[in-house]
Design a protein around this ligand. Sequence first.
Ligand SMILES: Cc1cc2nc3c(=O)[nH]c(=O)nc-3n(C[C@H](O)[C@H](O)[C@H](O)COP(=O)(O)O)c2cc1C
Length: 489
Amino acid sequence: MTGPYDSNRYDGLRSFLDECERLGEVQVIKGADWNLEIGAVTEATSEMIEEPPALLFDEIKDYPKGWRVLSIPTASRVRMNIVLGLPIDTPAMEIVRNTARRIRSTKPIPPREVADGPILQNVIKGSKVDVLKFPVLKSHKNDGGRYIGTGCSVINRDPETGYVNMGTYRMQVHKPDLLGLWMSPGQQGRQICERYWAQGKACPVVATFGGDPLIFLLSYTKFPFGVSELERVGGLLGRPLDVIKGPLTGLPIPAHCEVAIEGEIPPPSEEMHSEGPFGEWPGYYTVGTGANGDLQPVIRVKAIYHRDDPILLNMAPQWPGAPHHSVRFEGGMLWDQMEAAGVPGIAGVYLHHPMLVVVAIKQQYAGHAKQAGMACLVCSASARNGRWVIVVDEDIDPSNMKEVTWAMTTRVDPASDIQIVDGTWSTPLDPRMPPELSENGPHVNSRAIVYAVRPFGWRDKFPMVNRIDAEQRAAVIEKYSGVLPFKKK
Ligand SMILES: Cc1cc2nc3c(=O)[nH]c(=O)nc-3n(C[C@H](O)[C@H](O)[C@H](O)COP(=O)(O)O)c2cc1C
């Protein structure tokens, strides 16, 4: 497999949508309102429908036909597999396993600079700049405004090393040419801004709002500083990503993306703006992140580029029970990093939520489970934002919450099998962080590692399992699927 889409006809988000449409994975919805309705339809759909279709909103209230918004592009396993270039029936755990292997084995391919591309079909500069040209959403009723950046990728260059970073951060529309930016402490994109600010300079920036979901997936994934997300996109695509050199910033703009801006982020001492509140991924409006309309950095927008009939990507956070992703592919990153850190015998890694990681291991020696649990706290893919790490034996599928719950209820002695680690890297978005810390820092929390494994010292004496085995189950499903509504996995 060279890449997820036909590399000869690669057209970013549109290649992905073509493939989804061919497989009946897209539902077009006409006439919805950008003000709360699209947000509500998106959240209800992904909460109430298992394996929901991607939602392509067209003829949005107040906006011309063709100016669209795409919600939940990767909320089904089929679409996740399309993005990653896997056979469409690949099961969840296999997607994670495959991602881990490919991240390690795929050679990064640097982007290729091209002179032209669909993103230059429309160029808007100076006084004509107005980001509300696009059907920017207000997703939740207590949000402080309309947010164009949820499904965005923000690109800036480290002034010291020249490294080009890409990350996803929320962006509120303050004025037609002024956006708010909320970057959590310690984010690499923020560290880069701070280096410009320390010199009294504005940080040049490019942001895209709608493009290949593969670019978006890598944009929000935490790679170590200096590992180029754009090169990883090329590696996974199996061809260099075409980019245009931003005329104002010199930064790369993916040539096939839908909407992009160029601009600058001035030092906070020069300009900030009250930002938020914004309903965030833990499911709350958290103090310290705009709940009180705090001042945050801004982007001064100097130019807008967009394709004809552009498609904005809506990735506004939803209540955690209505996830955007059928599979959190960062689990593959974590698996890879844990192996690189020397943890042997990993049978699976699954992120059910940024705050809940499950790791399955084939225990090889006393202390092995603890080594695995502690590694989950330090690897960059899970070091930030966490709360719970559950370590299970290899007979438990970490992606199957029923099996994980069974291990937690039958293999854990709470007094001895739960370890608490304090002072770990968190975010003001953590709703359990006391208000004074959320507002002023330090932004740290504690983690619980639950060792839901058979105790190593007497694992051979642990009671035998009485569950039907995989072959028996498969045989029964095969024989009785005409009589009973078994769902094949
Ligand atoms: C939909 C979505 C929205 C996000 N919004 C923010 C945000 O507003 N602020 C933030 O600091 N991180 C946000 N993140 C997480 C970052 O994108 C992620 O931590 C990324 O690794 C940051 O990149 P960096 O380390 O290169 O700066 C978001 C992630 C997703 C999936």
